[in-house]
Design a protein around this ligand. Structure first.
Ligand code: NIG
Ligand code: FE
Length: 414
């Protein structure tokens, strides 16, 4: 595999990659394969896709940079659910859980999310960035070109703002697309103990102020016995709707509180986790186009056994996305490809479903209209993999398969 850049010249394309097989995913079924392909881009957008043999001129005359490749090229992966900005870790809590303590019991005893809140509050913005960047880099190195990053370990105005600012800075520093999600309603901070409704007032009051600083792309909440009630979640969503912000929800992870239907009622982009989601919620999600985001990392780490209603999602045409849920408690997972692998082993997704889940459907879960697919006009976000078939993306556990990661036509990893 070689890359060559020619002298300035009036080229049709900025870049052209030749010889790999493409999984365009620009189709309803299958990978949308184009063997021995040519993929070209200009101004950060895909400008040409087709078989190499059909190129109408010499590659060097067509593009300033010509790359000869092998293996497969897929759309850049999209990690549509992460909490990767946090300080410290919860390895000790992992040990406690292995000894039998439940996630809920640890949370009720003041550990869990609140312990990450303590560490995150103590870190300066620069320190939080320093600790979080390597996690984003790891996701990028394994093929992610777009990341969603949630707040939710600050739980007061200044610290939620600090987290969202760090998320934005990660996007700028790494050149990946970052969509920020305001998750003020993640847990009850200690200063509001027994005053959940007053805390929700505060979360709603901070929202327009953070939005005024362009720090929020979407709004999320943790609707759960150890989180917030459906009524409290609804108040957060109503505030989001008044600001024109899309919503998504940590829904039905540990119990069925009707989270899927609640997200759908607000035309939510996604309902995430969804292990306990009911058939009524599945129907509502189908009706409103709400994506089911599967988080097999949390399922795996918490040793869950209740499977999401996968067949009902398929039968009702609810799109299933796959994400890492990268977070210090339930899913310290730094590879979206590994999440795809876990979605196949635990949820029996097909490798094709898993790849769509981490590209096309993940894009929908973030409201991205021009990513997750290889199509003329879409963003020039793609990954060249050292594999002989796309199923290998879900087959190998660990290792390094991404040979080259390109976002907006810029090579980020090679
Ligand atoms: O998606 N469920 C709530 N939020 C995270 C866990 C966060 C944490 O434990 O720190 C999740 O699993
Ligand atoms: Fe989460």
């Amino acid at each position: 595999m070689t890359a060559s850049t020619s002298a300035p010249h009036n080229h049709r394309y900025d870049g052209l990659i030749l010889g790999a097989s493409l999984a365009t995913l620009d189709c309803v079924d299958g990978y949308g394969e184009i063997a021995d392909a040519a993929l070209a881009w200009r101004d950060g957008r895909i400008a040409h896709i087709g078989p190499r043999a059909a190129l109408d001129a010499e590659p060097a005359d067509l593009a300033a940079t010509v790359i000869h490749a092998d293996g497969w090229i897929t759309p850049g992966l999209i990690d549509c659910h992460t909490h990767l900005v946090f300080a410290g870790d919860r390895a000790r809590e992992f040990e406690l859980r292995l000894q039998g303590a439940s996630y809920e019991a640890i949370a009720r005893a003041g550990g869990g999310i609140v312990s990450s809140v303590r560490a995150t509050r103590e870190a300066s913005e620069d320190e939080l960035l320093r600790q979080s960047l390597p996690r984003a880099r790891a996701l990028l190195a394994d093929g992610a070109t777009s990341l969603e990053i949630k707040s939710g370990y600050g739980l007061d105005f200044d610290n939620e703002r600090k987290m969202l600012r760090v998320a934005r800075r990660i996007g700028e520093i790494l050149g990946v697309r970052v969509r920020t999600t305001y998750l003020g309603a993640h847990a009850l901070p200690p200063e509001y103990s027994d005053r959940a409704d007053a805390y929700i007032d505060a979360v709603c009051e901070w929202m327009p102020r953070l939005h005024a600083e362009a720090l929020i792309d979407a709004v999320d909440a943790f609707c759960e016995g150890i989180g917030f009630s459906p009524a409290q979640t609804r108040r957060v969503f109503e505030t989001a709707r008044a600001l024109g912000l899309p919503v998504k929800l940590h829904a039905d992870q540990l119990s069925d509180l009707g989270g899927g239907a609640l997200a759908a009622a607000f035309d939510g982009l996604s309902a995430d986790h969804v292990e306990h989601t009911s058939l009524d919620s599945v129907r509502a999600m189908a009706e409103h186009g709400t994506v089911a985001v599967l988080l097999p990392g949390a399922f795996h780490v918490l040793r869950e056994t209740k499977l999401p209603p996968l067949q009902a999602f398929r039968e009702h045409g609810v799109a299933m996305a796959v994400a890492t849920d990268c977070n210090p408690g339930t899913s310290p997972l730094l590879s979206l490809r590994q999440a795809m692998q876990l979605s196949c082993t635990h949820f029996r997704l097909t490798p094709e479903e898993a790849l769509r889940g981490a590209t096309v459907h993940a894009a929908r879960a973030l409201g991205l209209v021009d990513a997750g697919v290889l199509r003329v006009g879409a963003r020039a976000d793609f990954v060249q993999w050292d594999i002989g078939h796309p199923a290998e993306l879900c087959y190998w556990l660990g290792g390094r398969l991404a040979r080259r990661v390109v976002a907006d036509g810029r090579v980020l990893v090679e």
